[in-house]
Design a protein around this ligand. Sequence first.
Ligand code: SAH
Length: 698
Amino acid sequence: MKTFCGRANPTTGSMEWLEEGEDYDYHQEIARSRYADMLHDKDRNVKYYQGIRAAVNRVKERGEKAIVLDIGTGTGLLSMMAASAGADFCYAIEVFKPMANAAVKIVEQNGFSDKIKVINKHSTEVTVGPDGDMQCRANILVTELFDTELIGEGALPTYEHAHKYLVQEGCEAVPHRATVYVQLVESRRMWSWKKLFPVHVEAEDGEKILVPPSEMENCPGVPSVCDIQLNQMPSSDFSTLSDVVTMFSVDFSKPVQSASTYYRVQLEPVKSGKAQIVLSWWDIDMDPSGMINCTMAPYWVKPTSALQWRDHWMQCVYFLPREEPVVQGEKLYLTACRDQYSVWYSLQKAREGENKADEEEHKADARVESPVCRCRAHLLWNRPRFGELNDQNRTRQYIRSLRKVLKPDSVCLCISDGSLLPVLAYYLGAKQVQYFVLVFRSLHFGLVFFSHVFFKANHLEDKIKIIEARPELLKSSHLEDKKISVLVGEPFFTTSLLPWHNLYFWYARTAVSTHLASNVTVLPQSASLHMMVVEFQDLWRIRSPCGTCEGFDVQAMDDMIKDSLNFRESKEAEPHPLWEYPCKSLSEPQEVLTFDFTKTVPQHCLSTEGSVKLLREGKSHGAVLWMEYQLAADISVSTGLMQLSNEKGNCEWNPHCKQAVYFFSSVIESEILSDPTAVTYAIKFDTKTGEIAMDFKL
Ligand code: SAH
């Protein structure tokens, strides 16, 4: 089946129709999936195997046949473990068709076809009985249906159904139990992902303060989970206000209820401070005794054990609805509410001489609704974007640059999504009209937020005009027949996934050319694409073949991922927030392409070729690419590399942006460097399609 999907090209802004077959979707799903990462997760695999062996033995010791139900079998790994451990039969359920096919192949290649039946269904569709998918109910339930939030992939309703219809009462479950842990912290850095901090601007006529609207103060934000590699957050970036507390557990061997509920624990802060964030992670016990434990605890909780790196399970950051000052030793209640798929938190203070009635009242308070953004800012700005807007250093660079280019009679036009630049420009420039085009290509609520909430709170409603038009539809009447003397952009667009998608600014600039004064100043003046060859500490795993996993041949999975990555021939760069994924530079960072915003987008392609010298020993896993913007003569901002410590090549990345990673098809091992090896590259920016094609060779 083929369908045509219309979308605005993220770089050029023009509408295009893409032919998307079913194939495309599933290739994307496989290529970007976490299957490889799971298979590389040694700690997980070993513990599952131990847990499965123990469960099979317990059943056998009771003199029963071991019948396994493996829900979400993926490659068939856990069923093969069970079969090797002596299980009599395994029903391996997998809803995703390409994976179910792969499982059949892998099971066969490993010689388990007579012991494992792969069923391509959602578990809730599976039937039991003489003519059913399963002959009888299973007495061992094996699953791995967890995400970073534990329940986000629907583990609870799946377990609830399985206990009702697919497994025997008193069955063994691997994992046996999951426990969710929390810790209350204060962190300006993480809080800056949810709140807009006041912006101070030193203007000619005194200091101006851009204030967040009151609607934002108590806004609970959005319900989507914030999952990060918490192990990359230095301890100096947060302060723990409580000990680690057990929030709730789920026993998977008993009937599970998925209906919404809440859990409440009492806490006493170990330190006074501002309660802002709840950090959370979970662990799973593979057996009832808790001897086989697989934990996501971050480094400061389990400092002695070697941490297993994994990307499929990380840690969660929950934002309290509002900041709450807490005092060491005072009595607090932390409440976790959950529905079938997500969790959210609130904090209550216990009052003096609390009695039973009060406690009931607290419980009522505790049942807060799932967070829904009321101020609209959280729909307009995602968490990294909040962080970026709150980055004072960055704001300072823009202020310095604006100061250089603005004149008392400047007519200014801003092209960027949800940007504070028009306000900065207004404060810094003459009291002339400022214009602001919102190019949010479908984000109408952004417009409502700016015009009805944000500008109002700062008394700017009649100072900054919002033009609701696409750049190519801009008319002189929008500009009151004036020419634009200063065109500004961060540039930032919500539709950008890869760094160069923000080149949309260049296309928009080209579209509004007829409205620009002949001596127009464009800020940024130019952008440049930078590149560096790196060795990843861990990220390489997500694209690296597994071969075998705990003795099972899973090469069919590797081949399938490879096919999907090569689907449509062109290998693509993928976006990753590299502050979460440490790497070491193996080459000098180098500028590969520049884009001159003072001119319009040229008709011809921009291309470049060259070579990169590898200066350090290491494995060249791929190239990282990012954009830098030249704001004014001597001021530039980087969306990628911020600092490079030269001896070891450790990199510090912009914490608010994703960088582009191009994984090399084979790892180049420059273990011993006598002569610097060179990697050659060819990079081409097609100005028609806005795409960047690249090729690397050793
Ligand atoms: N068990 C494998 C793969 C785990 S990934 C391993 O441990 O390596 C989880 C898999 O479960 C995915 O392939 C997903 O498609 C599948 N899945 C999730 N919920 C399911 C359900 N209710 N029924 C069937 N498959 C499900």
